[in-house]
Design a protein around this ligand. Structure first.
Ligand code: GS8
Length: 222
């Protein structure tokens, strides 16, 4: 699919959402201009309800008026439409399948831990143990590579780094010391943050922390 340079690209956004950070990083890496529309999830806009009537969630990418939902699908769409600059998925079908496998692992295992911590549905110590175990699996998968994409940032890097700001917040609360417990992954995170398209698209960890504190106050947990 070709893109003619006159594309109108809108992201229905939530600044602290790990899922919404992904398309913003991808568009920035590909040099695609977009407009971000911040949603209030307690008072969803009629545009969000119209563009994502099934899940009613952010992010939604609206490309020339047409919506694409679900962050991983949006990443693949962006990669296919703006394919000439900064390819994200590997070209080899087997490697693509592996990247999708690990993305699915991340959104199941890592998200579950972050969610359990955010809503305090499990003991924090257990969550930390489970999270570190899953992060170690991901660290092994990275091996000696600089990035999951190999020598440069790719699809899977964007999927995982979207949790990085959340891990920095988590670090404060549960005494996870990434440098000590998952040193290679910690280095990888810092390496990713040196990329301006990544660092400017991710939420400031302090804002994530603020959001977390407000959320805890709202749902009445200490
Ligand atoms: C998840 C999006 C999501 O949970 C994706 O895009 O990858 N699988 C989807 N979005 C949340 C905000 S971030 O936690 C959301 O929009 N929630 C609104 C709601 O649940 O009503």
């Amino acid at each position: 699919m070709a893109s003619d340079g006159d594309d109108k690209v809108v992201i229905l956004d939530l600044h602290v959402s790990m899922f919404a950070m992904r398309p913003k990083m991808a568009l920035a890496l590909k040099g695609v201009h977009y407009e971000s529309k911040e949603e209030d999830l307690r008072n969803k806009s009629s545009l969000l309800l119209e563009m994502n009537p099934v899940h009613k969630k952010v992010p939604v990418l609206i490309h020339n008026g047409k919506p694409v939902c679900e962050s991983l699908i949006i990443l693949e769409y962006i990669d296919e439409v703006w394919k000439d600059k900064f390819p994200l998925l590997p070209s080899d079908p087997y490697k693509r399948a592996q990247a999708r496998f690990w993305a699915d692992f991340i959104d199941k295992k890592i998200y579950d831990c972050i969610r359990a911590w955010l809503f305090k549905t499990k003991d924090t110590k257990d969550i930390k143990e489970e999270l570190v175990e899953n992060l170690k699996v991901l660290e092994r998968e990275l091996g000696e590579e600089a990035y999951y994409g190999g020598e440069r940032i790719g699809f899977l890097d964007l999927v995982l780094v979207s949790y990085y700001t959340w891990l920095l917040t988590f670090e404060k609360d549960v005494e996870l010391i990434m440098d000590a417990e998952i040193p290679k992954l910690s280095e990888w995170g810092k390496r990713c943050m040196q990329n301006e398209s990544v660092s400017t698209s991710l939420a400031d960890p302090l804002k994530v922390y603020d959001f977390t504190l407000q959320m805890w106050e709202r749902i009445g947990v200490a």
